[in-house]
Ligand binder design. Sequence first.
Ligand SMILES: [Zn+2]
Length: 377
Amino acid sequence: MSIKKRLLIYIGILGLLAIVVTSLILRDFATTPFPPDLTLAAYEPYTTLVVPQHQIWRPKFPVIDLHSHPQQAESIDEVVQAMDAAGVKAIVDLFGHWGVDGARLERILTAYRLKYPERFIVFTNIDLDKIEAPNDVAEECAKFERAVAMGVKGVKVWKDLGMMERDNTGQLVAIDDPRLDAIWDKIGELKIPVLIHSADPAAFWQPVDLFNERYEELVIGGGWLDSYANSNYPSQEALLSQRENLLKKHPNTIFIGAHMGEMANDLRALGQLFDQYSNFYVDISDRINELGRQPYTARDFFIKYQDRILFGIDLYPETHVYQAYYRFLETKDEYFDYPRHYFKHGRWKIYGIGLPDSVLEKVYYRNAARLLRLNDF
Ligand SMILES: [Zn+2]
């Protein structure tokens, strides 16, 4: 075969290949949709924003973590390591459950006392099954007297009060149920605060659909989280008004609303509650996601109500979570991720509120030390 013929064959083959490749590309264009078919879960854009960033390794002042569940961690030593790395002086273990005749509580207090006497503060719990008979209530009151003598510094009440706990007749026990009155008064008399978790974020009561700002949290967290939209739970409004009634009925008992009193999305309303009830406080645990998306409002709020806000992170101590809280409270960094133990709450970023030192000090430890009457702190 002559060179010319061979060349012609090669050119022919190349031409055919070019036609095949071009047609494949064109076909691809025709079938790949644009914009691409992204799922919400897969969409994780990187920001191109260039702004100053500060890593706060240690807090400016000592820290008391008022809302903690260290028993969820592997060991006490691990907890103390995380606290040391994050500059946390003391944490409140909210699960000092009484057990049989106080045995469980005694065991926890002793374990902490033996190893780390200064680092752990223990709260005990109300036995909500013991509200039917006056005798039970009297027993429960006596329990709190003993618990305080043992070294307990406060009481923790979970959202099951109002939402899940039912009495002998099958009725939900309301947060302001009169059968609990004597117990709240006794706790007030003993001068220990009650950390009370009532209700949940407002979005949990909205339908889980394209309009819900916590859609992913409610969908992914399906197992233990719940949307209350189509359920028999009382409305958030009803629960918060039961709690308000509790504040009104027991002015001598100090109540600390867990998670910004579940009103972080409406600080104006929370401020009104503070103005009306001097026995009401809140912790910031697990709510800097809400606070950090309204930095101007939140900063003003923290300054105005600087004596009523307490530090806490919820769940078990994790160094990086503490450090993210410090960044939020101490810097004016912009548009960064809020910390989380598990999954994301909502698709937004947060901004630091750069609190003045005098306010920071109160939020970090002074307010807690005052309420817990830790005189030497
Ligand atoms: Zn908690």
